[in-house]
Design a protein around this ligand. Structure first.
Ligand SMILES: NC(=O)C1=CN([C@@H]2O[C@H](COP(=O)(O)OP(=O)(O)OC[C@H]3O[C@@H](n4cnc5c(N)ncnc54)[C@H](O)[C@@H]3O)[C@@H](O)[C@H]2O)C=CC1
Ligand SMILES: CC(C)CC(=O)C(=O)O
Ligand SMILES: [Mg+2]
Length: 373
């Protein structure tokens, strides 16, 4: 298959982790005889520095022409800490999601056997957890009117949703549940918010079309508790933009690190693949960030095009890296045995290239070390 992939590395650790995802894709292309062409584009703080605009027109054009988009992360402390900034990196991401009509962000969360001991949660709580969060991505409080009063003493952000926005993501969530454990949990705040009441009404109606899927409801404050108390009760979580953003970061604790969580953002015409984390500015340029979320996002990209065998090859390589303990310091703690971002990415690419004979790569990576864990 020939695919043109727009690559937006972004800011902070974005370029470092995206480079590892590309290595994995290149290895897949070689082994499975595909052609992946990359078109790099700027977005975020780097784009502001270069052009004054967090989302240059050229980036939109490259993304619209591509078959899919691989995205790192955007954002920089300089802008986070300047409330009076006129333009900021995150605007680029939100505008791109809008331009491309990306309305559903899919975030799988699972407990990896090898990493259960790395989670601060107990084994018996998280073992076997397999959740997928369907986060609405085009509406809600992130997208509607926001204003600071002239005297600077008050501000508002409007949260709005339409039935159409709710319906399209709901259908995707129910279709996913049909192929899984047949349960959808709608996370909302319907005891307080009018938008949440519209969500409940709309989702309840749509649920009738999926008779084999059980629908239940949970208020978001309780969901934040239940995700760490009893995550195994969830199958598909369906929720609005802000709640999905927050509870998915929380759910990443189940995996052992947010650096492991991947996502796909889908629209009618295209899809973007991105780790769920941000730019982790403290790690920028240090080659210590976990690249697995970005690499798994590349696997989701392949799945999107029906390349399941290829996606599975990436996932097996990832599992092997966990088994061998070739992991970054967020997993292992900072010590002599933690591997760098590029070494983890290199191992995964080599493992795919060498048709899964890991021994040689393992020796290369750990040359001079007699033990690894
Ligand atoms: N999709 C995007 O581009 C996102 C961008 N951001 C932006 O990123 C910047 C930093 O935001 P934060 O709130 O600090 O969130 P963050 O996700 O960048 O980092 C939070 C914490 O998660 C951990 N972490 C994140 N990614 C990791 C990785 N790959 N490997 C190991 N550990 C990792 C680190 O402990 C870090 O301190 C801000 O400017 C924010 O706006 C935040 C979230 C998403
Ligand atoms: C730029 C961020 C506010 C977006 C975010 O946190 C996310 O989409 O997960
Ligand atoms: Mg987020």
């Amino acid at each position: 298959m020939k695919l043109t992939i727009a690559v937006i590395p972004g800011d902070g650790i974005g370029p470092e982790v995206t480079a590892q995802a590309k290595k994995a894709l290149d290895a897949v292309a070689e082994v499975y005889d595909h052609i992946f062409l990359y078109k790099e584009a700027q977005m975020g703080a780097c784009a502001i520095e270069a052009t004054g605009n967090p989302l240059p027109d050229k980036t939109i054009e490259i993304c619209k022409k591509a078959d899919a988009i691989l995205f790192g992360a955007i954002g920089e402390l300089k802008y986070d800490n300047d409330p009076s900034a006129k333009v900021w990196p995150e605007q680029g991401l939100f505008q791109l999601r809008k331009e491309l009509g990306l309305f559903c962000n899919i975030r799988p969360v699972k407990a990896y056997e090898k990493l259960i001991k790395n989670s601060p949660l107990k084994r018996e709580v998280i073992e076997g957890t397999d959740i997928v969060i369907y986060r609405e991505l085009s509406g809600g409080i992130y997208f509607d009117t926001k204003e600071l009063s002239e005297d600077g003493l008050s501000a508002f952000d409007v949260c709005s949703y339409t039935v159409d926005q709710i319906s399209r993501v709901t259908h995707l969530a129910f279709k996913a549940a049909q192929k899984r454990k047949k349960k959808v949990t709608l996370v909302d705040k319907a005891n307080v918010l009018e938008t949440s009441r519209l969500w409940r009404k709309t989702v309840t109606e749509i649920a009738k079309e999926y008779a084999n899927v059980k629908l239940d409801f949970m208020f978001v404050d309780n969901a934040a508790l239940q995700i760490v108390l009893n995550p195994k009760q969830f199958d598909v979580i369906l929720t609005e933009n802000l709640f999905g953003d927050i509870i998915s970061d929380e759910a990443s604790v189940i995996c052992g690190s947010i650096g492991l969580l991947a996502s796909s953002s889908v629209g009618e015409k295209t899809a973007m693949f991105e780790p769920i984390h941000g730019t982790y500015p403290q790690a920028k340029g240090k080659d210590i960030a976990n690249p697995l979320g970005s690499i798994l996002s590349a696997a989701m990209l392949l799945e999107h095009f029906g390349l399941q065998e290829e996606a599975d090859a990436i996932k097996r390589a990832l599992e092997k890296s966990l088994t061998l303990g070739i992991t970054t310091e967020d997993i292992k703690g900072k010590n002599q045995y933690s591997a760098s971002t590029s070494k983890v990415g290199g191992f995964i690419a080599d493992y795919i290239l060498n048709q899964e004979d890991s021994n040689m790569n393992f020796m290369n990576i750990h040359a001079g070390q007699s033990t690894i864990i």
